[in-house]
Design a protein around this ligand. Structure first.
Ligand code: NDP
Length: 282
């Protein structure tokens, strides 16, 4: 029987734990602070930023959201980042991507102080993750590890296949699974035998961005399947990369879309910001 891993419930549990830690910090006079900068009117970005602001309030963080107009200059944006980099009360700082075309995205990301890079996008954090040093781990893969562990299936010694090799999901996901002692294969658009690779996997993480792309016949019985994809199908419905209907009846674990990876991602952003405040305290 298909067993679902409830990301919404797990995210709520994690947020309760974070809230308890925040209360302890507040008793010491420290309130974790997250600053989010949004440039322009992108509707999906507005939803993400509103959700981040809401999550901050829920766990008791100080939250600052800067909603800047579409025609904001790169110079003005960099000046604001510089100010927030230096602000004592801000422990996490991020710029919601994508930024408008006239702004150099890489210049913006690289302007963020690595000690406040709670998205874990900067080379300083990516490099530290790779060599096993203390780092801010990108939020989506961090949440995926937590979700896999919820299944109760041990990761060590298992064969894991990550489909997708982006810097924010696929690559860090593979590193985290390696750290958990899985034997890891990364697949991508040039992989020739995806189905063969998948059929050997005890753990599958799909981060492709193609609606219902992986079907039940490509998944081994007993596998833990984490569906990172967030896509719209032909009817405009939110679906993952895994074809849910063809998974029914299989003896597998699966994260649903919605209600799986999504709620965990913002929760891990809260966790990284909390960790940043704790690190600063020493
Ligand atoms: P990217 O577009 O950056 O990466 C997609 C990856 O999928 C690429 O590595 C690409 O390979 C690979 N791919 C594309 N087609 C195939 C194929 N036919 N077979 C195998 N691999 C393929 O996407 P992201 O990593 O940013 O995001 C992936 C998905 O996850 C999206 O749906 C996104 O919306 C979702 N997402 C969800 C989050 C959440 O919180 N739930 C957070 C972040 C992302 P190649 O490198 O060769 O092009």
């Amino acid at each position: 029987m298909l067993k679902l891993i409830d990301g919404k419930k797990l995210a709520e549990e994690r947020r309760t734990e974070i809230k308890a830690e925040v209360e302890k910090l507040k008793a010491e006079g420290i309130t974790p602070g997250l600053a989010v900068i949004l440039v322009g009117e992108d509707s999906a970005s507005q939803v993400y930023v509103n959700n981040k602001e809401k999550a901050c309030h829920e766990v008791g963080f100080h939250s600052e959201v800067y909603r800047l107009p579409e025609d904001t200059t790169q110079e003005d944006l960099l000046a604001l980042i510089d100010k927030l980099n230096k602000a004592e009360h801000i422990h996490g700082l991020l710029v919601q991507l994508p930024v408008p075309k006239h702004i150099d995205e890489q210049a913006v990301i690289h302007a963020i102080n690595p000690a406040k890079d709670v998205d874990g996008f900067l080379p300083e954090n990516m490099g530290a993750l790779l060599i096993g040093d203390e780092a801010f781990v990108p939020c989506t893969p961090k949440g995926c590890v937590d979700l896999i562990k919820q299944s109760g299936v041990e990761i060590a010694g298992k064969k894991a296949v990550v489909v997708g090799r982006s810097n924010i999901v696929g690559k860090p996901m593979a590193i985290l699974l390696l750290q958990e002692n899985a034997t890891v294969t990364i697949c991508h658009s040039k992989t020739k035998n995806l189905k063969e690779e998948l059929l050997q996997a005890d753990i599958v993480v799909a981060a492709i961005g193609k609606a219902n792309f992986i079907t039940g016949d490509m998944i081994k019985e007993g596998a833990v399947v984490i569906d990172v994809g967030m896509n719209r199908d032909e009817n405009g419905k939110l679906v993952g990369d895994i074809d849910r209907a063809s998974m029914e009846g299989k003896d597998c674990w699966l994260t649903p879309v919605p209600g799986g990876v999504g709620p965990m991602t913002i929760t891990m952003l809260m966790k990284n910001t909390l960790e940043s405040a704790m690190r600063k305290r020493g």
